[in-house]
Design a protein around this ligand. Structure first.
Ligand code: MG
Length: 396
């Protein structure tokens, strides 16, 4: 059994403190009733990109069924898990929530298939070797970079600046991964900013590390649920996955006649709880052993927000199972192939005829403008646009 948790009464000295934020790119007066991280979270919720998440694919295409996760419900689950763990560890819940709700804002329609297709289009674009204008990322398409671009540049909601003008700490968490070229580009725009750590091998805040791990915990669990619901994987197949089967057997020991949906949900629930307790215990241990007591020390240390060794191994096994049995399932592959075609065709159509999409309101290369426009689309808008521009109907 995990050590009892304190319900989050004590604040960790390694937690981010909104009164000590490194601030926003454009200085703003504090809000009277909310701290800076609460304000970031609220800005994310009110953004256009956030509302689009409801019609963007997580694994199953949005129109395949009403009960599957979308990017929006996925992001809410990440925020819930992140807040729970943050409370127990004394980390800043508002910051974890802001990062979790924003972490997928840059995702293209059709999930990873859309991203891969858009990345390939940018790399194969004849203008790809031309220098990009100042203020524009280099190279291809990275969804983490795009999430940052959404909150820094693409949202048009304020009179005085582009983007949402979020704090450094929220932006740092959103930029989970970043290529070296883009880190150098970010560092040139904003010395010591969110690109810095990728060039100097430093860690982000514990809240950012937590949002990242909560993402993994959330999708592993909900992809089991959605996978079984879709009929593409079965509870019997999952018996080969130790992490799941442990809780299935535990559940059956207590409820021998339980079958189907309730057995599935109870096993997932137990798995989620155990993973949460595991992260809390392992992270407490790691923080203590490293003697880390400030946000600065967190940044200099290796990532300390973690699973125990055995849970890390179990989680990797589950991920491999989902990759092989669900994400690479022929039925999923078949729809992702069509999704890639939609994105690639849209890119070519817009590059061929720039009048076919709204003109940019900021300096941007034509190729990046097209990529930004496609990345912002919901699944169903992309399908409709594809039909309008090509006359083909790839999805019923
Ligand atoms: Mg995610």
């Amino acid at each position: 059994m995990p050590a009892p948790v304190d319900g989050g009464l004590g604040r960790s000295s390694a937690a981010c403190d909104p009164t000590q934020s490194r601030g926003r790119r454009y200085p703003e007066a504090p809000a009277p009733t909310r701290n800076d991280f609460q304000r970031d979270r609220d800005r994310v919720i009110h953004s256009t990109a956030f509302r689009r998440l409801v019609y963007k694919t997580q694994v199953f295409l949005n129109h395949e069924g009403d009960l599957f996760r979308t990017r929006l419900t996925h992001s809410l689950e990440v925020a819930q898990l992140g807040r729970s763990i943050a409370r127990s560890l004394g980390l800043n819940e508002d910051l974890v929530e802001a990062i979790a709700l924003a972490h997928d804002l840059g995702h293209t329609p059709f999930g990873h298939a859309g991203q891969d297709a858009l990345n390939a289009c940018l790399h194969e674009d004849p203008s790809s070797s031309d220098a990009a204008p100042v203020g524009e990322p280099q190279g291809g398409f990275e969804h983490n970079m795009q999430s940052l671009r959404v909150v820094d540049e693409l949202e048009e909601r304020y009179p005085a600046f582009n983007g949402l003008n979020l704090t450094f700490e929220t932006r740092e968490g959103i930029l989970k991964h970043c290529s070296r070229a883009n880190a150098q580009w970010l560092e040139a725009q904003e010395p010591g900013g969110v690109g810095h750590r990728f060039l100097h091998g430093q860690s982000p805040s514990l809240e950012a590390q937590l949002a990242n791990l909560a993402d993994e915990i959330a999708y592993n669990a909900h992809d089991i649920d959605d996978g079984v619901r879709s009929g593409l994987i079965s509870i019997e197949q999952l018996e080969a996955v130790d992490l799941f089967d442990r809780y299935r057997r535990q559940t059956l020991a207590q409820y021998p006649h339980l079958r189907g949906r309730r057995l599935l949900f109870e096993a997932i629930r137990r798995m989620l709880s155990d993973q949460v307790y595991d992260v809390i215990a392992a992270t407490r241990n790691a923080l203590q052993q490293a003697g880390v007591e400030s946000v600065e020390a967190v940044r200099q240390a290796p990532p300390l927000l973690r699973f125990s060794e055995s849970m890390r191994a179990d989680s990797s096994t589950l991920k491999r199972f989902l990759m092989a049995q669900l994400y690479r399932h022929p039925k999923v592959q078949e729809t992702t192939a069509r999704a890639r075609t939609v994105v690639a065709d849209l890119y070519q159509a817009y590059r061929h005829d720039p009048q076919a999409l709204p003109a940019p309101t900021h300096p941007v290369s034509e190729r990046r403008h097209v990529a930004d426009y496609i990345a912002g689309m919901t699944d169903r808008f992309a399908i409709r646009e594809h039909e309008r521009l090509t006359g083909q109907r790839l999805f019923a």
